[in-house]
Design a protein around this ligand. Structure first.
Ligand code: 13P
Ligand code: SF4
Length: 328
């Protein structure tokens, strides 16, 4: 295989565009490659079903960050988006961290450019900077502490009540946290395109159609959507809620990939993806997450590319706020 070929396809496409051996069973081949190379596969609930099914660790952002901290493997393959693989690399600078498609980004992370955020931070000297893990390594390096949707309330509550807080990049999660904790925070104006796509009117109409159903939502959703939710939580929070709650039907306000695991843990229950404003798009699916495919995963493991490479000093600066979160 010519290195020039793979490098140029990586540069232009973000993934290895190489031929796959004919008749290969991709799932089997990936499992074999993982064993041969002492690699582990970490996958987020928003990945496609076939990837979720072969993951060594499947979970939400917090669970995957913790898994990255304790894995004893030479290679971590991250089936998720760029900021997640970056976080795994920051936690494991000596390990090889692979992401099947480098273009698997995140609208939320993109909504917070480091130069603009540095200027915003400079306007509020003395404020503690709390950043949602859905941000770039550069933003993490400008932070005091990182949080995920699973531990955001605990992170905010760990901060001295008299100290002002900057929260970035998700304004919707920020507004939810202000309500939950009673802390007045300075919010960065960022959002997730997937969670902002849900339609309040259509959810209300669907709830009328299924009067016994409970509506559950991720806190990245807009305030008016969260106001009508029976339960608000991270993906793992939503997952445990549907197992414990006696309701038989749930309207699920988060990325539709989670429905696969929900159906597995509660097979007798019914899960309906919350409707979105624009019916012509698959907006409740994260297009970034769905860039990862079994084919790209196979090529990535076989050739150990694309690899996440970060500047050593940036990794050191970004590690401290992540470690503070993990120590909580
Ligand atoms: P959690 O994994 O914390 O639920 O966040 C969801 C998300 O948007 C990941 O990109
Ligand atoms: Fe980013 Fe939203 Fe996709 Fe999560 S669902 S990766 S926050 S764009």
């Amino acid at each position: 295989m010519s290195v020039a070929f793979s490098t140029s396809s990586l540069r232009t496409k973000g993934y290895l565009d190489l031929p796959i051996p004919k008749g290969i069973d991709l799932k089997e081949a990936i499992i074999e490659l993982k064993a041969k190379k002492n690699a582990v596969l970490l996958a987020h609930y928003y990945q496609t079903k076939d990837i979720q099914d072969i993951a060594d660790y499947l979970g939400d952002s917090l669970y995957l960050a913790k898994a990255a901290q304790r894995v004893d493997a030479d290679i971590i393959v991250f089936a998720g988006v760029h900021f997640m693989a970056e976080t795994a690399k920051i936690i494991n600078p000596s390990k090889k961290v692979l992401l099947p498609d480098l273009k698997a980004g995140c609208s939320l992370a993109d909504s917070c450019p480091p130069d603009q955020f540095a200027a915003f931070k400079a306007k509020h000297p003395g404020a503690v900077v709390v950043t949602y893990i859905n941000c770039s390594a550069e933003i993490k390096a400008l932070s005091d502490i990182v949080c995920t949707s699973s531990n955001a309330v605990a992170v905010i509550e760990s901060i001295d009540p008299d100290t002002p807080i900057i929260f970035a990049p998700d304004k919707n999660l920020g507004r939810y946290l202000i309500k939950e904790t009673g802390r007045d925070m300075i919010l960065w104006d960022g959002a997730c395109i997937v969670h902002e796509a849900f339609s309040f009117d259509k959810i209300v109409a669907l709830a009328k159609q299924y009067p016994k159903a409970k509506f559950i939502a991720h806190p990245e959703s807009e305030s008016q959507v969260l106001e009508i939710a029976h339960y608000i939580g991270s993906t793992s929070g939503l997952l445990s809620f549907v197992q414990k709650d006696p309701a038989e039907t749930f309207i699920v306000g988060t990325e539709a990939g989670i429905l696969h695991e929900m159906q597995k843990v509660a097979p007798h229950k019914t899960f309906i993806a919350a409707p979105v404003e624009d019916e012509t798009c698959a907006c409740s699916e994260c297009a970034f997450m769905k860039l990862n495919t079994l084919e790209k995963l196979y090529l990535c493991l076989e050739h150990e590319q694309p690899e996440i490479l970060l500047d050593a000093q940036l990794m050191q600066q970004a590690l401290l706020p992540i470690e503070r979160m993990l120590a909580l």
